[in-house]
Structures are given as C-alpha cells and as structure tokens.
Design a protein around this ligand. Structure first.
Ligand SMILES: [Zn+2]
Ligand SMILES: [Zn+2]
Length: 414
C-alpha cells in the first residue's frame, strides 16, 4: 500500500516482536537480551535506533523507527524497494545462486541480480567465480567491509569491480554517482557488484550506499545528521589528480563527525595556529581504494601550500624536528582535510584566506624563519588583528572573482 506522497506505509512487524519476546523470556538476565537483540534486523535501518520499529510494506525488508527516517531513506530505498519481491528467495535459478546488487556503469539505477556462488567457500570468496562475467563487474578485486557502526548490514559484504578499468570521467559508475553524494563524487569506475555470503537484502543495500557515501572519504560526510550526530565543518583540499580526473573543485566543504576525527590522525599545524591565533589541524587521507582512485603518496596538491609552510616553520622551530615530511617540497600530500581543534567550522574561504596571506608574505616569512626567534618575527607579519584587518578586502575581492555573495563569517566570528 502506498500513501499520497508515494511512500509505502509502515506496519508493525508482529512476527519480529513475537520472536524477540521469545528470546527475552528465554534469557536469564537483561544483559543476555541486549546481546541477542543486537541483531541489526530489529533496528531502524536509517538511524539504527532499536525499539518500536515498523517494516516498509513495499519490501518488508527494512524497518524504520519513524516516518521521518523512512522519508529520509526513501530517495535511496525507492531505487530497489519495488523490485525486491521479484527477487524472493524462492525465485532463485538454483540453490547455488545468491542475490546480489549490481551498480551498472551506464545506468543511474542499481538492480538486483542472481549470481552463481559456490556455497562451499562463501567465507573465502575471492571473486573468481564472477570474474568471467563482465556484467557483474568482471574484475579481479574485492573491496570488502565488515559493516561499521553506521552501516546497517546484515552480513559481511563485498564489492567486486575491475581494478584495470581506465581512469577517466566517462567511466565513472553512474549508479553510484546517483546515490546522493554530490561533491563527494566517488571515483568508482566501471560496473560494481555488491554481494554477501548469502542473499543480500534491502538493509544490505542501505549499508552499501552508506559505504559508497563514506568511503574512501570516510572521515568526511555531507549530511551530519544522517550519520553520527555532532559534526564539525572542515575543508577537503583535493589533490591534483583528483581534481583533474573527476572535475572536483580544489576546495570542498565537508562535515567530519567527532568520532570520525578521533579515529583518524589529526595533526595540529603549530606555526599556523600561533600566527593566526586559531587551532588549525590537518589530516592526510590514507585509505583510498587503490583500485578506483588515482591518489598516491606524493600526488601534488595545489592548495597544500599552507600545510607545507606551517610544517616548515614547525621544523625550524624544532616543534616537530623528527618529521621528515617537514622538509619535503611543497605540494606532495595528496588529498588533505583541514579542521579546527576547537571544533569550530572551517570554510573554504578561510583556507583561501590563509593560503593567500602566506603566499603574499612568503618572502618575509623566509626572512623571519632565519632569525633567532622565528615566531616573534613571524608574529609581526601575522596575528589575529592583522588578519582581521585584511579580511574585508579579501572578502570583497573574493566576491568580485566568484561573482557571488559569500556570507561566511571570518575565522574569528564562527
Ligand atoms: Zn530511525
Ligand atoms: Zn521497501
């Protein structure tokens, strides 16, 4: 049944409630119940909240805690909801087939497919059984993931894709691009097959979408509410090959959740933080999938100047004397993230400001670094007061060049 806005209605899934009650009454204490019911099937597929969840009546394969969650999920969910029943388990071509999801290169919509699988070695799948079939990816590499806290997967999932697919914009996977991550336009190339150890369902589909949206930029997301709640706004400085290959802007605003930041390596840019009186941090990305991404260590980054300058001053100051990267040439950091340690937002405009100031004063910076007390000498070139004096003119020029009004506050007013 569908309501006026096209969403299937949600109904209580009584069979699940009943089975949970059986588990509860057979368990001796509360902690055992918690462990038993940690099964993702009883959680909202979107926010992962447990409790009073209702099944989607279109596919009955996912549950939602609220109509808000169902509505939020709908643009993604609707891509496969209607076709799920046509791929019911009893419609398998043979018992050795499993239900998988194909993300075609040349279509905006993913689809369910039956793929041959050898049940003997499902846990050690290496993709060889699909390798002969080009429509399933035809590649030789699996990207696997176990499911993260924000993934609703019911099982271990794999992606199959061709690692030799030519890296050019025309070969970008359109189905994955269409999954709602504009700006993060992930460089998955050619057809991609998503599969598990058994039949994948609509929860696994949502988990695959999460994976695409978050990976490899899994420290940065576009929608902070969809995933972990509290997030900080940062800026991604795309490497030169990312910019060229995928038409990405040099600077992109992104959200990074606090828990993501904790997990990743965040390094304070000491010199920059002192000079601008703002705790600025940077993060390198080191988890791109080699198969689909041109990133490699040493990939030039047109905007990495601010990181390089800060680290070179740090090295002179003996703040970070052991770091060999400090002395490397400018622009070899691949893709970089910039955030603030006080969790206040950083906008692309701020990064441009720091970049412009550092380049403008590069001669004076070099001289200051050669004095007995570089930070004192540098503080005469930059500080909060001087940066704020520079800001209105910078903003006006920026507006003239961009042809638009950017109402972002200065780094001191966020
Ligand atoms: Zn929910
Ligand atoms: Zn559905």
């Amino acid at each position: 049944m569908f309501e006026a806005d096209g969403l299937p209605t949600s109904t209580d899934n009584t069979s699940t409630s009943a089975s949970l009650q059986v588990l509860a009454s057979s368990a001796n204490n509360g902690s055992q119940i918690t462990v038993t019911t940690a099964n993702s099937q009883s959680n909202c597929v979107l926010c992962l909240k447990a409790g009073n969840v209702k099944a989607c009546t279109g596919c009955r394969s996912v549950k939602y805690c609220s109509r808000t969650c169902q509505k939020t999920d709908w643009p993604v969910h609707k891509l496969l909801c209607c076709s799920f029943k046509a791929f019911a388990t009893d419609k398998k071509p043979s018992p050795s087939h499993v239900r998988a999801i194909l993300f075609p290169r040349d279509s905006r919509t993913p689809c369910f497919v039956w793929v041959p699988a050898n049940p003997e070695n499902l846990d050690e799948r290496d993709g060889s059984e699909f390798a002969s079939d080009a429509s399933f990816g035809g590649g030789s590499e699996f990207q696997n993931f176990n499911g993260s806290p924000f993934c609703a997967a019911t099982q271990k999932l794999w992606f199959m894709f061709d690692i030799t697919y030519p890296k050019k914009k025309d070969n970008l996977n359109r189905a994955i691009l269409n999954l709602g991550a504009p700006g993060l336009g992930l460089p998955w190339l050619g057809p991609v097959l998503g599969c598990g150890t058994s039949d994948v369902d609509m929860r696994d589909f949502r988990a695959m979408v999460d994976f695409f949206v978050l990976h490899p930029h899994n420290k940065a997301i576009l929608d902070p509410h969809r995933y972990f709640g509290p997030a900080v706004h940062g800026v991604r400085l795309n490497s030169e090959s990312m910019v060229k290959a995928y038409d990405l802007p040099e600077l992109e605003g992104v959200y990074m959740t606090k828990s993501m930041i904790k997990k990743s390596s965040r390094m304070r840019l000491d010199a920059l933080s002192q000079l601008f009186e703002i705790p600025i941090a940077w993060h390198v990305t080191n988890d791109f999938p080699g198969a689909a991404d041109p990133y490699k260590d040493g990939d030039p980054n047109p905007m990495s100047y601010i990181v390089s300058v800060s680290r070179q001053i740090d090295a002179i100051q003996k703040i970070d004397p052991d770091d060999s990267r400090s002395t490397k040439a400018f622009g070899d950091y691949g893709t970089i993230f910039i955030t603030r340690l006080d969790d206040k937002p950083v906008y692309a405009l701020h990064v441009e400001l720091w970049h412009e100031l550092l380049q403008w004063k590069s001669g004076e910076i070099k001289k200051a670094c050669n004095t007995a007390n570089p930070i004192n000498a540098l503080a005469k070139i930059f500080n909060k007061k001087k940066t704020l004096e520079y800001w209105p003119g910078f903003l006006m020029r920026h507006r003239l060049v961009q042809g638009e009004l950017d109402e972002r506050p200065s780094p001191y007013e966020v």
